[in-house]
Design a protein. Structure first.
Length: 393
């Protein structure tokens, strides 16, 4: 695979840069730079999504017949890198990056016609109903019960760690439809409306002091059977397909932008010790290796193939490198990283002391990203998947 830019790639890069310069407002750029998570508040992501949708650039990885751009893997990489370089806020991954490809792969014509245009336009904001109290890494043990009743399923139980459920109007959800079957064979995948009577969302405040997560309770919630994606009791197949996109999709471009600012701060600080510089070089090399793997996965996606076990490998490598970069950022900022003042963490905060480009990370981002090696399937589980699927162990 040739990663050198051809003349056409350079022209495309210049087109993207011109678009970002003309359309990325200072408020949106600030929201992207100061994000403490991959999930940014929809008050920033949805306006940016509408701008991208108007240009036809909102779903670069989707097939063209469903609204994709038709870009090759290099163009997609350039676009992600330039957005990160400009500080554009990342879009919520639950819709465009996860349930969207899943609906394309498993949805009926009616489901595709209804949901996909709304996903592109940002009319629906999605959350994921997977984990439950006692069913996290062992997801197949989930117990949210769904009993068939005429044209509906009736749901009782709860989901937990549900990111942005307090913002979402839609959820894709795994439910137990056959309690007597083998765990993986009794699960069904549902698309549901969060405004349905009987749904209650309770906040979970994180260690970083942020409201990003929730617990969602279901009390006699009726979901139409038309909301089922795939066959009844075959939801595990749908979920595995979606998780490949969650783990393998996306890009390390945002991490590259953070590392670039960290590198500038460390190398321009005459007091930086050699040990910090050496570790910065190590994480930079790991990032280059991840970028090559991402290009391989993008090439597979372009040919219509899911990421497969490479998605698990990328999930492990990205999250652990992200945590390493966070740690380096905290160490590089020294005493300036010690105070945790989330209310003061706004565009321009501390700029007089450090300069805006030195704000490579904050304590909130550091604390939030500690969960990176757990969410989306713990990294221990991902290593087991790779051992089985790749090594045959």
């Amino acid at each position: 695979m040739n990663l050198d830019l051809k003349q056409a790639d350079i022209e495309f890069r210049d087109e993207v840069r011109a678009f970002l310069a003309a359309n990325l407002t200072p408020d949106l750029a600030a929201a992207g730079r100061l994000a403490t998570s991959v999930f940014i508040e929809p008050e920033y992501t949805l306006p940016w999504q509408r701008i991208l949708h108007a240009r036809g650039w909102v779903a670069p990885h989707w097939p063209t017949e469903y609204g994709g751009t038709g870009w090759d893997e290099m163009q997609r990489y350039i676009f992600a890198s330039e957005c990160a370089r400009a500080g554009a806020p990342g879009l919520s991954p639950m819709g465009l990056g996860m349930v969207g490809p899943c609906i394309i792969g498993y949805g009926t014509p009616a489901q595709k016609a209804h949901y996909l245009p709304r996903l592109l336009a940002g009319e629906d904001y999605w959350c994921q109903g997977y984990s439950e109290p006692g069913s996290g890494s062992d997801l197949a043990s989930l117990q949210l019960r769904a009993v068939s009743d005429g044209d509906d399923y009736v749901l009782n139980g709860s989901k937990i760690w549900t990111t942005h459920a307090h913002h979402a109007n839609k959820m894709f959800c795994l439910v137990r439809t056959d309690p007597d079957a083998k765990l993986q064979l009794g699960i069904t995948f549902l698309l549901l409306d969060m405004k349905t009577p009987g749904i209650k969302v309770d906040p979970i405040i994180t260690l970083a002091g942020e409201h990003e997560l929730n617990q969602v309770f279901f009390d006699e919630v009726r979901v139409p059977r038309s909301g089922r994606l795939g066959k009844e009791n075959d939801g595990w197949s749908v979920a595995k397909y979606l998780l490949e996109f969650e783990r393998g999709g996306g890009s390390s471009a945002g991490l590259e932008g953070v590392l670039r600012r960290l590198h500038r701060h460390v190398m321009e600080d005459g007091g930086a010790d050699l040990g910090l510089i050496r570790r910065l070089g190590e994480v930079s090399m790991k990032l280059e290796a991840i970028k090559i793997t991402e290009q391989r996965v993008l090439s597979e996606l372009t040919s219509g193939q899911p990421p497969g076990p490479a998605g698990s490998m990328l999930k492990v490598q990205r999250t652990e490198l992200m945590q390493s970069v966070d740690t380096l950022g905290i160490e590089a900022l020294g005493s300036f990283a010690a105070p945790y003042q989330p209310d003061a963490w706004q565009p321009g905060a501390n700029a007089a002391v450090l300069g805006p480009e030195a704000l490579v990370t904050g304590m909130a981002r550091y604390l939030n990203n500690r969960a990176g090696s757990i969410y989306g399937g713990s990294n221990e589980v991902q290593r087991n998947i790779m051992a089985k699927a790749v090594l045959g162990l």
